[in-house]
Design a protein around this ligand. Structure first.
Ligand code: SAH
Ligand code: SF4
Length: 377
């Protein structure tokens, strides 16, 4: 009889990329096709019970039972907005929690997931950045969000899946736009992306998976070489002086380098444009002059703009631009022949907009508190 190890000692199969899972099974003397079976059960059927994996050989099932587990983050709170947006706060241990948001639309379901608990990059307008960095999520905690969201939504709808079902799953698109900087947690994000794209697992197309980055230039090149997916870059400012202040990583990788990295990325990207995210801060980056500078900056880069209404949070220094200012800014970009959309704010009633639950997460650095105190003083 094989000894059953304690839960925390067992390998979490969600941590493996498909290639790593195959290698792990082969090392145990299994044939590579076993990896396909296991991947399909775990990711396509959302199964975490090895006993149910009926086409997997009995001996392997017993071995998995003794040494492995399928463990996604636990739900701490779940909220349901009137517009259908769902938001979960997920427990990732040691007092840390991350956010996950599902946005259903007519022809797609987009899941916004987190890559780190907190973030070290300290963008001035971001609630996550204010919270400071706690830790990187593991690959299993990243892809586990997709595993979990599909399962929660299917459970609710009473759907039970088999590994060969052709049922369309609730999550059709994934964006890494929750907490954290995905490219600062490269290896874990890469393994999670590989699982998302693999036909034996989720089989999402590269165009339906988007990594959003604040602009870590060498890691943009690495992503292009290792696993090109759709890329969104958080630009937020049209010149280095302002961007140095809003997005401090700009001091290390200034705009000229970032634009060059975007062009290199497009050589291998699944989409033929970069999405530039641009948060609209009243009087700070939203004047016609800023729009003109922005157009000059991206002159050679095929791109689309996504203008994001700023979500204020306690202690934030700025205010959101008025809808009129946002519309004027968008019109200037559109008049120059660029695509510019304004991000709809969804799920406001459950604080589902970016980073808004972060304040409820334990604040290790107490930076939020300090800035609130400063304001009060
Ligand atoms: N670290 C990555 C991805 C996570 S942030 C990045 O910076 O791109 C995802 C998006 O939310 C980014 O475009 C970020 O700039 C934006 N964001 C952060 N704080 C926000 C706020 N208070 N209001 C609106 N958008 C915000
Ligand atoms: Fe980090 Fe992105 Fe927030 Fe900047 S905007 S602090 S990179 S999560």
């Amino acid at each position: 009889m094989q000894r059953i190890s304690r839960m925390e000692e067992r390998i979490n199969l969600l941590d493996f990329s498909p290639a790593a899972l195959t290698a792990w099974l082969v090392k145990q003397g299994e044939k590579p096709f076993r990896a396909r079976q296991v991947l399909r059960w775990v990711h396509r059927a959302g199964c975490d019970d090895f006993a149910q994996m009926t086409d997997v050989a009995k001996a392997l099932r017993a071995r998995l039972q003794a040494t492995a587990q399928v463990r996604a983050p636990a739900v701490r709170t779940a909220t349901h907005s009137a517009d259908g947006t769902r938001k979960w706060l997920l427990d990732v241990g040691q007092g840390n929690a991350v956010e996950m948001v599902f946005i259903p639309e007519r022809n797609r379901g987009t899941l916004c997931i987190s890559s780190q608990a907190g973030c070290a990059l300290e963008c001035a307008f971001c609630a996550t950045g204010k919270q400071g960095f706690n830790r990187n999520l593991s690959a299993g905690e990243i892809v586990g969000q997709l595993w979990l969201a599909n399962r929660l939504l299917e459970d609710e709808a009473g759907v039970r899946l088999a590994p060969d079902s052709h049922y369309e799953r609730p999550v059709s698109n994934v964006v890494l736009m929750g907490m954290g900087e995905p490219l600062a947690n490269f290896e874990a994000v890469l393994a999670a992306l590989q699982t998302m794209l693999d036909d034996r697992a989720y089989g999402l197309s590269r165009r339906r998976v988007t990594v959003s980055t604040s602009g870590i230039v060498p890691a943009i090149d690495r992503l292009r070489d290792a696993c090109p997916v759709a890329l969104a870059v958080s630009l937020h400012a049209p010149n280095d002086e302002l961007r140095d202040e809003l997005v401090p990583i700009n001091r290390k990788y200034p705009l000229a380098d970032l634009m060059a990295a975007c062009l290199r990325y497009l050589e291998d990207a699944p989409r033929d444009f970069i999405t530039f995210e641009y948060i609209m801060l009243d009087g700070i980056n939203d004047t016609p002059e800023h729009a003109r500078q922005l157009l000059a900056l991206v002159r050679e880069v095929p791109c689309k703009f996504n203008l994001i209404p700023f979500n204020p949070f306690p202690g934030a220094r700025w205010q959101a631009s008025s809808p009129q200012r946002v519309a004027r800014f968008a019109a200037l970009l559109q008049d120059a022949g660029r695509v510019a959309t304004v991000r709809k704010t969804r799920g406001d009633d459950v604080a589902a907009a970016c980073g808004q639950l972060a304040g409820q997460v334990r604040d290790r650095t107490r930076r939020t508190m300090i800035s609130i105190q400063e304001k009060a003083a």
